[in-house]
Design a protein around this ligand. Structure first.
Ligand code: BDP
Length: 703
C-alpha cells in the first residue's frame, strides 16, 4: 500500500457483508459501444471484482437478478422504459436506481450521455466502498458547476512550480509515441470525482506548448483523456505571436496578431476537435499582457475569445493581477483592475478569481470580486497544492477552508448570497479551478493526506455546498477502511487541521508571514524582498504601537470593495470576526479580546495552541496504528513529526520576533522561545521544491 490506488482501492469487503453485496452486483450490462461505455464497463468490472472478490461477467443483456445495467435512454431500450428522472440533469448528471426490468431485480445507472453514466458508475462503486446499502438505491445527482478543472503548474522541463510531489506526470519527452499507463489512472481518478478538464501547463507559460510538435503531444493526451469526459486546455502566453510567430508585436488590437491567434486556434482544433480553451496570466508578476501595448484586460481576453469562439472554446482570464508600481494596498488591485470592465468581456470569457483577496493564505477573507462582476462570468481558483500551508509535509485538510469561503455571504443580492451561490447562479459559464498537487511520486500528491485535498476539490467543484466533514468521512472510508474506530478520529483530525495551521503560522488574521520565495517556514522579519508587497512586514505592520493592517476608511479602505453589510461588518473592530482581526485592523497590543486576554497575550496563546495541536495529532495517529497498513502509517507518522518540528519553529520564531516589536513579557506560564531572534533570522532551509521556474525564453522554430 504505497498510496498509488488513491480512493479507488477496491479491496474486498468484509466476509459478513460479502453475500449481501454479491447479490446486488452479479454482472455488468451495457448496450453502448462508445469508448466511454468501454471504460465504464472496465471500471465496474475492476471495482466489483475487487470488492466482491470474484470475477464479474459483462454482457449486453440482463441474465439474472443483480445485474448492473448502465447507459442512456438513447442507447438502452430498458433504460428508456424505466422513465428515470433524467430531465434537467444535463449531460453529466446521473440516476442510480434499484429497479425491476425483464422480471429481474437490477441496479440501473443512467445518464443523458455516456459520461453521465460513467460518473454514476464511480458513484455506485463508492457506495459499496463506503459500505452503504445498495439494494434500494434512488440517487439523483448533477454537477452545479459546468467547468471543473485542474490547473497544473507543470513546466515543459518536467519541473512543477509549487509542486511538492515530484516531477510532472506529463512525459513531454516521449509523447506522442508513448502514453504511460499512469495518465489513464490520472483520468480515472479525476473522472471518479467529476473533474472534466485539465490545464496541462503552468500559468507562467512557455509559448513552446503552442508549436506544432507540442500540439501533437497534447493531442495524444487529449485522446487518452477523452473517454473519461476530460478535455484538455492550455495556457496561452500573451507574447506567443512574437516568440513563435515572428510578429513584431502582440498588440491585441493589431489585425495581424488577431489573425495569428485565429490561425493558431484553427490549428489546435484541427488536432484536438474538443479542445477546451486557454488559461491566461497576463500583466501579473512579469508575464506579458495587453497592458504592454496600452490595451486593457478586456481587449486581451476578447481577442483570444474571438479566436476560440467558432470552435466552442473558452478563455479563462486570471484576475490575479497586481503591480508594485501601484501605490495602493495590494489586495485592492484586482478589484480595481477588473470591476470597471464588468460587462465588457465576451460571452466565452471567464474571470478566474482566487478565493481570497491576496494569495492562497491559510486564512483570508473571500475576494471582493465575487458578486461584484454580475455581467461577467466569474469562476473560482483554489490552490490544492499547499504552497502556503506547509507543502506536502504538513497535514492540513483544505475542505474546511474551502467550505468557509463558499459559505461566506457576499450580500451581492441581499443576505444569503453566499460565494457558492454567486458562482453557481450569477454566471452563464460556471468554473471551478484547482491548482493541482499531483506529481510523479508513487502516492501522486507527496503525502497520503494530501490526496484528500484533490478529492475534496473534486467533490466541491461538483457541489460547492457539499459539507467538508462528510467529504472527509467518505475519503477516509475509501482510502483506508470503513471502520468507525478509525474513521471518526481521523475525520476529527482532518477537520481541526486547518485551524491548527492557521494558529501556528498566521493567527488572528495575519497573512503572508512565510519566508520569501520558498513560502515554507516563518519569516515575519523579512523586509528586503524584491517588491515591498512580497514582504511579511508589509502585511503585519507591527511596531511598538501595535499590529495589523488598517484596511478601514482610516487606512487603505479595502473594506469599501465589499457590499455594504460586509463592508460595515469588517469596518468595525467589534463586528470583525477575531480570526480576521489583524487583516482589517491595526490594534494596540493591549486591545481586549473576547477571551479577556490582551491582543499580545492572545497572539502568543494562539501560536502555542497551534503547536500543541500538532503534537496532539501525532499522538492520535500513533494510537491508530492497528488500523493502517505499515507503509501509509509510517509516512504519515514521519510527516507529523516534521510538522511538529516546524510548528514549534513557527511558534518560537514568531513569538521572538513579535516580542521584539511589542516589548512585552510573555503571558505567565508561557514557554520562552528556545533561541534568540537572531538565531531564527539566520536559519536557512534546504532547497525547497517547486520554487518556480519561469517560462523559458524561446526562439522561433525554423520555418
Ligand atoms: C503565487 C505563487 C507563484 C504563482 C502565482 C500565481 O507563488 O508561484 O505563479 O501565485 O498564481 O502565489 O500566478
Amino acid at each position: 500500500e504505497d498510496g498509488y490506488d488513491l480512493w479507488l482501492r477496491y479491496r474486498p469487503v468484509e466476509k459478513q457483508a460479502l453475500v449481501r453485496y454479491r447479490a446486488a452486483a452479479t454482472e455488468v450490462v451495457s448496450a453502448s459501444h462508445s469508448a466511454t461505455a468501454k471504460v465504464t464497463s472496465d471500471e465496474l468490472v475492476r471495482g466489483l471484482s475487487g470488492l466482491l472478490a470474484k470475477k464479474i461477467a459483462t454482457g449486453t443483456t440482463i441474465h439474472g437478478n443483480g445485474a448492473v445495467l448502465f447507459g442512456t435512454p438513447a442507447n438502452s431500450k430498458t433504460i428508456a422504459g424505466l422513465k428515470l428522472p433524467l430531465a434537467g440533469l444535463g449531460p453529466e448528471g446521473y440516476v442510480i436506481k434499484s429497479a425491476t426490468a425483464n422480471g429481474r431485480k437490477i441496479t440501473v445507472i443512467a445518464g443523458n450521455s455516456d459520461v453521465g453514466a460513467l460518473y454514476g458508475a464511480f458513484r455506485f462503486l463508492k457506495e459499496i466502498q463506503a459500505r452503504a446499502p445498495v439494494d434500494r438505491l434512488a440517487i439523483v445527482s448533477a454537477p452545479k458547476v459546468k467547468l471543473r478543472l485542474l490547473n497544473h503548474w507543470d513546466n515543459l522541463d518536467a519541473t512543477i512550480e509549487r509542486g511538492y510531489a515530484g516531477g510532472s506526470i506529463f512525459n513531454w519527452w516521449t509523447l506522442p509515441e508513448h502514453v504511460p499507463p499512469r495518465l489513464v489512472d490520472y483520468a480515472r481518478a479525476n473522472a471518479s470525482l467529476g473533474i472534466n478538464g485539465t490545464v496541462l501547463i503552468n500559468v507562467n507559460a512557455s509559448s513552446l506548448i503552442l508549436t506544432p510538435g507540442y500540439i501533437a503531444k497534447v493531442a495524444r493526451i487529449a485522446d487518452t483523456f477523452r473517454p473519461y469526459g476530460i478535455k484538455v486546455y492550455l495556457v496561452a502566453r500573451f507574447s506567443a505571436p512574437m516568440e513563435i510567430g515572428r510578429l513584431t508585436t502582440a498588440d491585441p488590437l493589431d489585425p495581424k496578431v488577431r489573425a495569428w491567434w485565429r490561425n493558431k486556434a484553427d490549428e489546435i482544433y484541427h488536432a484536438i476537435p474538443d479542445f477546451g480553451g486557454f488559461l491566461v496570466k497576463a500583466n501579473s508578476e512579469g508575464q506579458p499582457g495587453p497592458q504592454d501595448y496600452g490595451r486593457n484586460h478586456a481587449d486581451g481576453a476578447n481577442m483570444l475569445a474571438e479566436a476560440l469562439a467558432p470552435h466552442g472554446g473558452v478563455v479563462m482570464w486570471r484576475a490575479f493581477v497586481y503591480s508594485h508600481e501601484v501605490p495602493d494596498d495590494r489586495i485592492k488591485q484586482a478589484y480595481n483592475e477588473f470591476k470597471p470592465f464588468d460587462g465588457k468581456f465576451a460571452d466565452n470569457v471567464i474571470l478566474q478569481v482566487k478565493n481570497g483577496a491576496l494569495d492562497f493564505q491559510p486564512r483570508e477573507p473571500f475576494s471582493a470580486l465575487f458578486g461584484a462582476t454580475p455581467r461577467t462570468n466569474t469562476g473560482m481558483e483554489l490552490q490544492i497544492t499547499k504552497e502556503y500551508l506547509g507543502f506536502n509535509t504538513h497535514l492540513v485538510y483544505l475542505g474546511s477552508m474551502w467550505q468557509e469561503v463558499f459559505q461566506s455571504d457576499t450580500y451581492a443580492k441581499g443576505a444569503g448570497s453566499t460565494v457558492a451561490k454567486v458562482i453557481v447562479f450569477n454566471n452563464k459559464l460556471t468554473l471551478m479551478a484547482g491548482v493541482s498537487n499531483i506529481g510523479a511520486d508513487r502516492n501522486w500528491c507527496g503525502s497520503i493526506f494530501d490526496q484528500a485535498n484533490w478529492y475534496a476539490f473534486g467533490r466541491l467543484a461538483w457541489d460547492p455546498d457539499a459539507k467538508a466533514d462528510a467529504i472527509a468521512a467518505d475519503w477516509v472510508k475509501l482510502t483506508f477502511n470503513a471502520n468507525p474506530a478509525f474513521d471518526q478520529p481521523v475525520v476529527a483530525m482532518m477537520m481541526g487541521s486547518r485551524e491548527t495551521a492557521v494558529n501556528y503560522m498566521t493567527p488572528l488574521g495575519l497573512a503572508h508571514q512565510m519566508g520569501t520565495s520558498g513560502h515554507y517556514g516563518p519569516g515575519p522579519w523579512v523586509d528586503d524582498a524584491g517588491r515591498q508587497d512580497w514582504n511579511p512586514v508589509y502585511y503585519h505592520r507591527a511596531g511598538k504601537d501595535g499590529i495589523g493592517f488598517d484596511r478601514t476608511a482610516t487606512g487603505s479602505n479595502a473594506v469599501a470593495q465589499y457590499f455594504p453589510p460586509v463592508a460595515e461588518k469588517f469596518s468595525r473592530v467589534e463586528t470583525t470576526p477575531e480570526n480576521l482581526l489583524l487583516w482589517f485592523h491595526h490594534l494596540p497590543w493591549d486591545y481586549k479580546m473576547a477571551s479577556g486576554r490582551t491582543l499580545w497575550d492572545e497572539l502568543v496563546t494562539r501560536y502555542g495552541e497551534g503547536e500543541d495541536a500538532v503534537h496532539a495529532m501525532g499522538a492520535e495517529w500513533a494510537k491508530l496504528k492497528p488500523y493502517v497498513d505499515d507503509e501509509r502509517f509510517a509516512i504519515t507518522a514521519d510527516y507529523l513529526r516534521i510538522q511538529a518540528r516546524d510548528a514549534k519553529l513557527w511558534r518560537d520564531a514568531s513569538v521572538a520576533y513579535f516580542q521584539s516589536m511589542s516589548g512585552l513579557p510573555l503571558p505567565s506560564g508561557m514557554r520562552a522561545p528556545a533561541h534568540s531572534l537572531s538565531y531564527y533570522k539566520q536559519l536557512s532551509w534546504p532547497y525547497a521544491p517547486g520554487q518556480g521556474s519561469p517560462g523559458r525564453k524561446v526562439t522561433p522554430p525554423p520555418e
